[in-house]
Design a protein around this ligand. Structure first.
Ligand code: CAA
Length: 391
């Protein structure tokens, strides 16, 4: 037997984590409460992340990107989410929107759009869901019809993160409606649509419980004509590309969940050592210590699973589908529990907007819902187990 693996971050990964942590303390955290309160896009964070090349760190160096591997990208997202989940959606959604290109795009398409993303010319959003096609993503109705060399897209996409802010959109649409039920996913293709394409418009921002700094809007496609070469991969492969994308990016949602949970524990730890009741620090009460212990223990378990999933994402291992879903599902359940308990540690104060833990609790909730509800994750996990695919 050789040396045992360390299960620890390399020096390089530690350095990335330190650099993001420092940047977040100076340029992201100071605006987190205002961004939430005013439900406004985190312009300050966006500018700082872009200046430091953390806005889309996953873009490979050959396209002018930072070339961060999947674990480094997870660390960037985790650290930002620790102080502001809405801001962490900048690198997370840029990865989600551009992953279909990385997985299936032509060389030209990758060169054009990934270099624009890396250079900060515009972000990328991902358009899969529709008003009547959420968990059942393959039930989408948006159509893409061939017209000469072009494609013409029509339909409504819903729950699109950073819609309106992003310049570029990966849109999944039905190209072959004749494919029979059961094989319907085969009739779906993926495309790149630009915000400036004629016929693209956006709905009003949704009024949400959390991640208020990140706009969620409908995207309307009204006979949007795009050149034929904006199709991502072969016709009919769009659903598979969309699912493969989520295998990778569910790991980044897990990172958000670990980050927000850690942020809440950090605050609860500090508070419990300041707050005095019955003549001593509340941290000296065993009842509270048990709460803190469970929080720390579960966060660490979620973090290890997330980093293990990031390794699978980087290598493209066959058990990534299992690990991506498991990390997202476990970490987001932990985030909801930990942030709720952080509010409990602060008691009445925790329930007010004078302290950040109520925002963290509201922000944590979405991690159990987007990129597939945790019920969908459990379906995915069970299917992988039953197919005999696990580590
Ligand atoms: N990798 C490769 N191929 C895959 C795959 C994967 N992970 N998952 C499915 N496929 C393929 C299947 O092999 C199948 O192909 P064949 O017909 O050749 O076998 C095809 O895709 C259809 O797969 P299923 O039969 O499994 O499809 P389904 O209709 O039963 O759906 C599902 C399965 C897991 C429920 C899926 O619909 C799903 O993940 N739903 C949730 C959608 C989701 O996560 N939405 C999030 C939107 S993005 C977002 O939230 C971000 C934002 O901006 C807000």
């Amino acid at each position: 037997m050789g040396d045992l693996p360390l299960f620890a971050l390399s020096e390089e990964h530690q350095a990335i984590r330190e650099a993001v942590r420092e940047l977040c303390a100076a340029k992201v955290e100071p605006f987190a409460a205002a961004v939430d309160e005013e439900a406004r896009y985190p312009e300050e964070a966006a500018a700082a992340l872009q200046a430091a090349d953390f806005h889309a760190p996953h873009v490979p160096e050959e396209y002018g990107g930072a070339g961060a591997d999947a674990l480094a990208t997870v660390l960037v997202i985790e650290e930002i989410a620790r102080v502001c989940v809405a801001s962490s959606l900048i690198p997370a959604v840029n990865k989600l929107g551009s992953m279909p290109l990385l997985l299936s795009g032509s060389a030209e398409l990758k060169q054009t759009y990934l270099s624009k993303l890396a250079a900060g010319e515009g972000g990328f959003s991902y358009c899969l869901s529709e008003p009547d096609a959420g968990s059942d993503a393959a039930a989408m109705k948006t159509r893409a019809v061939r017209d000469g060399d072009d494609w013409v897209l029509s339909g409504v996409k819903r729950w699109i993160t950073n819609a309106g802010v992003s310049e570029y959109y990966t849109v999944m649409a039905v190209t072959d409606p004749t494919v029979s039920t059961g094989g319907k996913a085969k009739g779906i293709s993926a495309f790149v649509v630009e915000k400036s394409d004629e016929g693209v418009s956006f709905g009003a921002p949704e009024k949400k419980l959390g991640i208020k700094g990140s706009p969620t809007r409908e995207v309307y496609l009204d006979n949007v004509r795009i050149p034929g070469d904006r199709i991502i991969g072969e016709e009919g492969t769009g659903f598979e590309t969309a699912m493969r994308t989520l295998d990778h990016t569910r790991v980044t949602i897990a990172a958000q969940a670990v980050g927000v949970a850690q942020g809440a524990l950090d605050y609860a730890l500090g508070y419990s050592q300041e707050r005095q009741q019955f003549g001593k620090r509340i941290a000296d009460f065993q009842g509270l210590q048990f709460l803190l212990a469970d929080m720390g223990m579960k966060i660490e378990a979620a973090r290890q699973l997330t980093y293990a999933a990031a390794g699978r994402s980087e290598r493209g291992d066959k058990d990534l589908t299992f690990f991506g879903a498991a990390a997202k599902c476990f970490a987001s359940d932990v985030a909801m529990e930990v942030t709720t308990n952080a509010v409990q540690v602060l008691g009445g104060y925790g329930y007010t907007r004078d302290y950040p833990v109520e925002r963290m609790m509201r922000d944590a909730k979405i991690t159990q819902i987007y990129e597939g509800t945790n019920q969908v994750q459990r379906i995915v996990i069970a299917r992988q187990l039953l197919a005999g695919i696990q580590s």
